[in-house]
Design a protein around this ligand. Structure first.
Ligand code: FNR
Length: 360
């Protein structure tokens, strides 16, 4: 591709060209038949936009506030693991791009730069994503390190009691690089080879984690807690009852349970169940500004993007991540102008139509 990429799709193609197949497959792939992976993107195409006319759109304001933090557009960076497989600067490049774009980065538990390195490289607002290990001590120490280093919230990912079956990774015999945050917290008896093994990660996860453990998490941190991986209204109601500070509607980018609905199909019901009591964020399949617009119309306060960030990072490092976020922001800005929404708060349920022959 000789010219500059003009869409997330073109960034994906660039990433495919520059990455070793094993790493590209790890980033791009999903679980089992990848039905949900395809649906995450395709379900957006079944939602149409209902534009309003003759509204003053000479000035468009994309800015919004998430948990009290101002961001330039409702597009945040989702936690994704192992950025050094995409680019040598890893999560540091991603964080610098987040700071430049004035958005929030959620640092993955499975990062290849440490909590401290990412905190000290720039002034981006950062949240820390947590998986809970059987050794609660390991998780507690990570949460406390995040809090000490100025991370502003804990994102507890709850859709991974075990690792989903990603067949490309099995075939490619994916070897994980060292997950840097564990160096100081995992017993020295565990060799670095063993730590790099996917099975080790899976075995270490605490699959007994349940609702009462939110209290445990609250007892070890003062930070707000968001739970990521909610797909049904019953769980959204429970989450509000146990007092979480926010919900992220997500199917983990279709990498966990195949044949869950597309993430965007779950949003409407969850938003209704939550009834505005806590913010609802959304991720899964966002590839266009129109997708961001649709998610906001269905009640999300902001979206998070996972793979688009990785594709930008692989293609052009920090600059590529900035370009991807800027491109999606520009597309959203144009969508808002053409749909008659001068600001983010003007976007509402009446701006989309979801009733089609095929269910969403
Ligand atoms: C993820 N995701 C993820 N989620 C999480 O809570 N912790 C993690 O470490 C990871 N790691 C991860 C790696 C890769 C390569 C991908 C693609 C995804 C899921 C991620 O946060 C988010 O839910 C999805 O990526 C959103 O879908 P899109 O934007 O990739 O379509």
């Amino acid at each position: 591709m000789a010219s500059e990429p003009v869409s997330v799709k073109e960034f994906q193609e660039l990433a495919r060209q520059v990455l070793p197949k094993m790493h590209y497959d790890f980033y791009a792939g999903g679980a089992e038949d990848e039905h949900t992976l395809r649906e995450n993107v395709e379900a957006f195409s079944r939602i149409t936009i209902r534009p309003r006319i003759l509204i003053d759109v000479s000035h468009i304001d994309l800015s919004t506030t998430i948990l009290g933090y101002n961001i330039s557009a409702p597009i945040m960076i989702a936690p994704t693991g192992m950025h050094k497989l995409a680019h040598p600067e890893g999560e540091i490049a991603t964080a610098k791009a987040a700071a430049a774009c004035k958005t929030i980065m959620v640092l993955s538990f499975s990062s290849t730069c440490t909590i401290e390195e990412v905190a000290s490289c720039c002034n981006a607002v950062r949240f820390f994503q947590l998986y809970v290990f059987k050794s609660r001590e390991v998780s507690a120490r990570l949460v406390q390190r995040a809090e000490r280093n100025g991370y502003k919230a804990i994102v507890l990912t709850v859709d991974l009691p075990r690792l989903g079956r990603r067949e490309a990774d099995i075939k490619n015999k994916l070897v994980k690089p060292q997950l840097k945050n564990f160096d100081a917290v995992i017993s020295t008896e565990v060799s670095s080879d063993e730590r790099s093994n996917l099975q080790f990660f899976s075995r270490a996860l605490d699959s007994s984690l349940c609702w009462k453990d939110i209290n445990w998490l609250r007892s070890i941190t003062k930070l707000p807690i968001l739970i990521k991986g909610v797909l049904v209204p019953e769980d959204a109601i429970k989450a509000v009852e146990v007092g979480v500070d926010g919900i992220i509607v997500s199917n983990h980018g279709a990498r966990q349970l195949d044949y869950t609905p597309a993430s965007i199909s779950a949003l409407d019901e969850v938003v209704s169940a939550v009834g505005g009591k806590v913010p609802v964020l959304f991720d899964g399949g966002v590839r266009r500004g129109t997708d961001v617009f649709k998610a906001l119309a269905l009640g999300a306060q902001a979206v998070l993007i996972g793979r688009p960030v990785i594709f930008g990072l692989a293609a052009k490092g920090e600059y590529g991540v900035k370009q991807v976020i800027q491109m999606l922001s520009d597309e959203l800005e144009l969508t808002m102008a053409l749909a008659g929404c001068p600001s983010v708060k003007d976007i509402n349920r009446s701006h989309v139509r979801t009733k089609h022959q095929r269910p969403l």
